[in-house]
Design a binder for this molecule. Structure first.
Ligand SMILES: C[S@@+](CC[C@H](N)C(=O)[O-])C[C@H]1O[C@@H](n2cnc3c(N)ncnc32)[C@H](O)[C@@H]1O
Length: 244
């Protein structure tokens, strides 16, 4: 385990759930049946020992992000929200408004559907809003602007990363938290590896693996001023905080 990983293993910025569970035991039984009857990407704690069985270790990822412990009064946009783990986490930390935006994994069947987000939002009695929108369509006119923007696990899906980052910057009036896959880590100049077809993880939606210098240069190019790499984990994943 790297020093950076150790630093963020304590979970201190990760307080437990405090949503009220639905009161009726029959409702809880039905909720459990529905939760365990579908595939999930995120592991969301729905209370009473019920955690959505996601294939992604989302609680670990949350620790790597180093989100502020409290977000009282702030607005948050979670781009590529999927099952909504990070949107709900921000709401729990006191954000006054949270918008979960997604498109592709809210469109198809099975795990790539919005059913998980809807189920978790209802179970948590969450007020997280939804925006069925592609990154290509994001703008202040469409969504407004936000104090905190989460852009987690989406950049390498971009055919045109600068276009995506410009749209992300356009709706960010405070801080961006970016989580991404990296490549070419030993190359000192800004560069990105292109993945034709499905060469990265057998997934044709993966297009680019930027190196750290490239991520920082692109963030600067679209108008972020202070940029910090917060951690590098699992060899090729990184978290950046960037400020307007
Ligand atoms: C690897 S998942 C990451 C989910 C979540 N942000 C996380 O970090 O656990 C990528 C997400 O980005 C979404 N996504 C990818 N390309 C997108 C696009 N062009 N517009 C909107 N959403 C997109 C997918 O639908 C999916 O929910």
């Amino acid at each position: 385990m790297s020093a950076a990983e150790k630093l963020h293993q304590d979970g201190s910025a990760c307080p437990g759930l405090n949503y009220p569970p639905p009161p009726c035991p029959d409702d809880r039984r039905e909720l459990r049946r529905r939760v365990l009857g579908r595939p999930w990407f995120h592991r969301i704690d729905l209370g009473d020992g019920l955690i959505t069985p996601g294939i992604d270790d989302t609680p670990a990822k949350l620790r790597y992000l180093r989100l502020p412990a409290r977000l009282d009064g702030l607005t948050v946009l979670d781009i590529g929200a999927y099952d909504g783990f990070f949107s709900f986490a921000c709401e729990r930390r006191g954000a006054v408004r949270v918008v979960a935006a997604d498109r592709f994994c809210w469109t198809y069947g099975g795990m790539a559907s919005k059913e998980g987000f809807d189920l978790a939002r209802t179970a948590l009695r969450s007020r997280v809003e939804e925006a069925f929108v592609r990154v290509e369509e994001i703008s202040p006119d469409r969504l407004g602007t936000f104090d905190l923007v989460l852009f987690l696990g989406v950049l390498y899906h971009a055919p045109d990363p600068l276009h995506y980052l410009r749209n992300v910057r356009s709706v960010c009036r405070g801080q961006l938290v970016l989580e991404t896959h990296l490549d070419a880590l030993d190359y000192p100049h800004p560069a990105a590896v292109y993945y034709p077809g499905a060469v990265l993880n057998n997934d044709a939606s993966n297009h680019w693996g930027p190196n750290p210098a490239c991520v920082e240069a692109m963030l600067r190019e679209v108008g972020f001023r202070r940029i910090e790499q917060i951690c590098l984990y699992h060899g090729t994943r990184a978290v950046y905080h960037a400020f307007v």
